[in-house]
Design a protein around this ligand. Structure first.
Ligand code: CTP
Ligand code: MG
Length: 260
């Protein structure tokens, strides 16, 4: 029905430290990717699902295919993995969700909220949660610049949802996808020094096709298509990203709780 879901699983899992791609690490006996795909495919049965896997992978590819998903080789960074998946979208796709395999316990309701927002006209959708820690700013020496009011902050999750054309456009503008048209500044983004297309405050060094400090897809929209506001929907605490060993303990406990 015009929807595709890119599940990024090409990372190495360095911080988890299991000596294998993170998406292959088992939670309650099943790989992280398998948990993620069970929810995606079960919640959005009409969607085309594309999984990014590490170069040379066979194990995650098998998990993807068993779930009815396609596998494509990812890139050196998350952003490059997303771009690789965008080149593999089937014809007829109008909307794309980008989801971290590492958020393998995302409740179905979060996916549904993102899809509903897209279908009611949003161009870019991000699930967010309140920040619960007290947060301080620091200067370049690590010295406190004071407590930041957390009421004005949100933590960002996935799946993030986009109109396909917009996501492709900002990926081209960032130099992540080739063969883009000249952007509004008249510079060719393929030259690796793309700048944002509106305003001029921030210059982005896109030399490696990977703007610095960009860790999600909606940030690309804000940087390269600021005329499209990013819409928020409610995320969920169980949509946390498995990043460090403690996260795996929590994931195991949640799966046990759900299965009981
Ligand atoms: N990812 C990807 N391609 C990359 C890097 C990351 O597809 N080159 C995916 C990961 O597989 C993960 C998601 O992006 O599902 C979020 O990244 P992260 O949590 O940082 O995972 P890793 O990069 O694998 O972990 P680490 O940074 O600890 O090595
Ligand atoms: Mg990483």
């Amino acid at each position: 029905d015009g929807l595709a879901v890119i599940v990024v699983a090409a990372g190495s899992g360095t911080r988890l430290g299991y000596g294998m791609p993170k998406a292959l690490v088992p939670v309650a006996g099943r790989p992280i990717l398998e948990h993620a795909l069970a929810t995606v495919c079960g919640t959005l049965p009409g969607a085309a699902v594309i999984v990014t896997v590490p170069a040379g992978d066979t194990d995650l590819t098998a998990v993807a295919r068993a779930a009815g998903a396609a596998a494509v080789t990812g890139g050196a960074t998350r952003a490059q993995s997303v771009a690789a998946a965008l080149t593999a979208l089937p014809a007829g796709v109008t909307h794309v969700l980008v989801h971290d395999a590492a958020r393998c316990l995302t409740p179905p309701a979060v996916l549904e909220r993102v899809v509903t927002a897209l279908h009611t006209g949003a161009q870019a959708v991000v699930p967010v949660t309140p920040v619960t820690d007290t947060v301080r700013g620091v200067d370049t020496h690590g010295r406190s610049t004071g407590t930041v009011d957390r009421a004005g902050l949100r933590s960002v999750q996935t799946p993030q949802g986009f109109h396909r054309a917009l996501l492709e456009r900002v990926n081209r503008a960032a130099g992540l996808l080739p063969d883009g048209p000249l952007d509004a500044t008249g510079e060719d983004p393929r030259l690796g020094h793309s700048v944002r297309t509106a305003e001029t405050a921030t210059t982005v060094t896109g030399s490696a096709g990977d703007p610095e400090g960009i860790t999600d897809d909606a940030s690309l929209v804000e940087l390269f298509a600021p005329e499209h506001p990013v819409e928020f929907v409610a995320g969920h605490e169980e949509s946390f990203k498995i990043t460090r060993p403690l996260d795996l303990v929590l994931a195991h406990a949640i799966v046990r709780e759900r299965d009981s």
